[in-house]
Design a binder for this molecule. Structure first.
Ligand SMILES: [Zn+2]
Length: 369
């Protein structure tokens, strides 16, 4: 299939997790820096600007790119680094969603700052800065945002060739979606991302499904990434049903912060996990010593969650994911009764209202179960 070929050419992957190497030093240390879990990771300009890390300053002085600096620390050369703005976190505040999402923003980021971070990144792909268009926006602001997104594309094309640009498709109505897509295509963009997904999911689940299906059909034959996985149980929906090419997985970080252990597409409290029944690198660590706090515990649990999600994503990409009867295989026996009471994916996943709240990276370690 064309889809498989594109994966090899571009070195993108089904999952493109946020990789907070600028603001969190443990991403630059073993085991995370070796990153064998996905072919591509994403970092944000926002993460660069909120970081006070000395490593960044010394790198900037040395004239190396961020990716070169990472590779020196052990990051695989063949992995792709995708540069994003982090604008969602900032836009969320403007849209009044910040409190609900648990996001704290105390500054704005100009396009110049974003492009400066992009230029020092040495990244392989660059997300063109966008504006979140909400379903509830009036026509006039919608149009203004579309014009802003277009003007941003022209700006980024001054510093990045079009084949490295990822154009974010915003908007809920077909006329706006079509307009943006045509504009990107006219300027040689061949990689796309669906944006504004989380607010839309929360606004109207049916509309959410219509819009992402429409965007997928419109961009058929091109790479289509999705910003926003509101519930990890939607992985098969995105990757197998809608056939998105990739998805960001910030969700897995937040899940890990809440001490949740992924079994297939289900989140379980980590205390129920039987680490010896899982063969991932994270569980090997957790099995040797059950840390309950601190970075080592967090990292090992994150490795498990990302490895488990990668397995699901691989199955989905082959069209072979199905709800598992043995989805409790890596849980302790005593947990079985409790876990089977939870809804499973194939029972109307989109009607489920109990999606988890968000946490910021900054509070990852202060979580209480
Ligand atoms: Zn594991």
């Amino acid at each position: 299939m064309k889809r498989a070929k594109e994966h090899r050419e571009t070195a993108l992957s089904y999952l493109i997790p946020k990789y907070h190497f600028a603001s969190m030093s443990f991403f630059r240390e073993e085991p995370l820096v070796k990153w064998p879990y996905t072919k591509a990771v994403l970092f944000t300009a926002y993460d660069v600007y909120r970081s006070n890390d000395f490593w960044l300053h010394s790198l900037a002085r040395s004239g190396q790119t961020l990716k070169e600096g990472l590779i020196e620390l052990g990051f695989p050369k063949t992995n792709s680094l995708v540069a994003d703005t982090g604008i969602f976190e900032i836009e969320a505040k403007k849209a009044g969603l910040a409190e609900k999402l648990g996001i704290e923003i105390n500054f704005e980021l100009t396009n110049n700052q974003i492009f400066e971070a992009y230029e020092m990144s040495g990244a392989d792909f660059f997300v063109s800065p966008d504006e979140i268009i909400l379903a509830t926006d009036e026509d006039k602001p919608k149009r203004a945002k579309i014009e802003e997104i277009k003007s941003n594309l022209l700006d980024i094309l001054e510093i990045v060739p079009s084949e490295k640009v990822i154009g974010v498709i915003q908007g809920v109505e077909e006329k706006y979606i079509n307009d943006l897509f045509e504009f990107y295509r006219t300027h040689g963009v061949t990689k796309f991302a669906a944006g504004g997904i989380l607010p839309l999911y929360r606004h109207d689940k049916d509309l959410f499904q219509q819009v992402i299906t429409y965007v997928r059909n419109l961009t058929r034959g091109y790479w289509l990434h999705t910003f926003g996985l509101p519930d990890v149980r939607l992985l098969p929906f995105y990757l197998q049903e809608v056939r998105m090419d990739s998805i960001d997985t910030s969700m897995l970080l937040y899940m890990t912060a809440r001490r949740r252990y992924l079994v297939g597409i289900h989140q379980r409290p980590v205390r129920l996990a039987a680490f010896e029944h899982c063969d991932c690198q994270g569980c090997a660590t957790l099995n040797r010593q059950m840390y309950t706090r601190g970075t080592d515990f967090f990292v090992a649990l994150y490795i498990h969650n990302i490895s488990e999600a990668s397995k699901v994503a691989d199955e989905c990409s082959k069209g072979k994911w199905a709800p598992k009867k043995d989805d409790n295989r890596i849980l302790k026996d005593e947990s079985l009764e409790r876990s089977t009471a939870e809804p499973v994916y194939d029972e109307k996943p989109l009607k489920d209202k109990s999606y988890p709240d968000w946490t910021t990276a900054a509070v990852l370690f202060n979580d209480k179960e």
